[in-house]
Write a protein that binds this ligand. Structure first.
Ligand SMILES: Cc1ncc(COP(=O)(O)O)c(C=O)c1O
Length: 449
């Protein structure tokens, strides 16, 4: 892999890219967006090479999908071996071993010593949809509560549970009924104007008030939340947040579903973010890095909840396809063998220290936060008003792209720059990527003075 990095400041696409862009623009639906005008030739570890032979350091990881690096050799080998044997029979027609092995592995991997069961699907949104179906069937109640700033996917129920209006919801209604939102534990922008810990976790206790004023516990089947909100802007709840939320759920016969689709598989240092919060949800949704790049998702939970649906009532043609199962089993083996948990913690510590130092230098950075290797900075025009600096975030990210760093934004106001690099990125590449980010922020900050 050549060491030429990025395209330089003009970022002019080459002829091959221009030709493909034309085909893309003519044939691919406009709503499918791409953050960079780049077509991929090959990937390896934390690097992406485009068809013009530009090499990029990847801080997006396919939006949190390649936590263990692109083309992890064990995952690639497992996919090849599986492809040689069989590609698809549909588990609902003729079963295969990797599905049941993966289900057993996930039952073991998730928190809780009670009996658990797993169902496999294709995408994160599909796992979320099925968590709602099972919660409703099990509790015989219908309302679902999610958090402001949440992202749970783009299908009808998942979109209804999601918070950011543009681009996720605008003009796509009506939404699924019986979905409610409560304020997020967004300490930097507390909806109640309070400060942790003096706030006494008012946002978590607010659930109780919600059950009194908005929707009776007799109607609420589940509360669904991300342990760290991803698309919402890497919002890290206080350590005791989920304990309070879970206690209220338990006292009111409400299930707690945690969406670990972005936080899972060592992104936050621990295998799942639920362990950081010492919380044992009734169901957990997982996808993204579960299979290192092959589409598969999982819903794991208490056996009695997961068994609430009868045969044929959940599932799908491709759910738990053999390639995804084989890849996921290889991911689990690699994680143990390579001590990924420790590596993710070290990467997170190093990245957080650099971002914190940038915050001290640049007033554009209003907040630096994260858990493990899930790190972000929130940009503001003014630290006292906290006016979101979305245009600035966009300009910084674009400059990074021009200089060879793939990086993406997040946040309800699109003013958060987030790091989702492979957790095992070599530190030399991590630092080079952070140097590019720092330069880009410095230039944007210069324009602000
Ligand atoms: C927390 C969370 N839930 C659900 C989803 C939806 O997953 P998918 O895009 O695979 O449907 C995402 C995707 O970003 C996510 O971050």
């Amino acid at each position: 892999m050549s060491e030429r990095t990025g395209r330089g400041s003009n970022f002019e696409p080459g002829s091959k890219t221009r030709e493909l862009m034309e085909v893309r623009n003519e044939n691919v639906a406009r709503g499918i967006s791409s953050v960079m005008p780049v077509f991929v030739k090959e990937t390896r570890g934390a690097q992406v090479v485009d068809i013009e032979d530009n090499v990029f350091i990847d801080f997006a990881g396919g939006i949190g999908v390649v936590n263990f690096g692109h083309n992890h050799p064990s995952v690639v080998e497992a996919i090849k071996n599986q492809a040689d044997k069989y590609l698809h029979t549909c588990f609902m027609v003729a079963m295969y071993e990797p599905y049941v092995r993966l289900a057993a592995r996930l039952n073991d991997f998730t928190p809780g010593s009670f009996p658990k069961k797993t169902a496999l699907f294709n995408s994160g949104a599909e796992a979320v949809e099925n968590s709602v179906k099972l919660a409703r069937r099990f509790t015989k109640k219908t309302a679902i509560v999610s958090l402001e700033c949440a992202f749970h996917g783009r299908t009808l129920m998942a979109m209804s549970l999601t918070s950011k209006v543009k681009p996720y919801k605008y003009g796509f209604g009506p939404f699924a009924p019986d979905v409610y939102k409560i304020p997020a534990p967004y300490c930097y922008r507390c909806r109640f104007g309070l400060t942790y810990p003096g706030c006494g976790l008012h946002c978590a206790h607010y659930l109780e008030q919600f059950l009194a004023v908005e929707c009776s516990a007799d109607n609420v089947a589940a509360v669904l939340a991300e342990p760290v909100q991803g698309e919402g802007g890497f919002i890290v709840p206080p350590p005791d947040y989920f304990k309070v939320l879970h206690d209220i759920c338990r006292r009111n016969g409400i299930l707690l579903i945690l969406d670990e689709i972005q936080t899972g598989f060592y992104r936050t240092g621990g295998s799942l973010a639920s362990y950081h919060y010492n919380v044992t949800p009734d169901m957990i949704t997982m996808a993204k890095s579960l299979a290192g790049g092959v589409p598969i998702s999982a819903l794991t939970g208490r056996a009695e909840v997961m068994d609430a649906a009868g045969p044929g009532e959940i599932g799908g043609t491709y759910g738990g396809n053999p390639l995804g199962c084989a890849a996921a089993l290889a991911v689990f083996e690699a994680a143990d063998r390579e001590n990924i948990a420790q590596i993710a913690k070290d990467t997170g510590t190093a990245a957080a220290a650099r971002l914190q130092a940038m915050k001290e230098k640049f007033s554009l950075i209003g907040d630096q936060r994260g858990l493990g290797a899930m790190q972000a900075i929130e940009l503001v025009k003014d630290r006292s008003t906290k006016e979101p600096a979305a245009e600035e975030a966009k300009a910084i990210v674009k400059r990074c792209h021009e200089r060879g760093l793939i990086i993406i934004t997040a946040g309800i106001y699109s003013n958060v720059i987030r790091l989702l690099m492979p957790v095992n990125i070599p530190h030399e590449q991590l630092n080079r990527g952070l140097d590019i980010l720092e330069e880009a922020i410095a230039e944007e900050q210069g324009g602000h003075r």
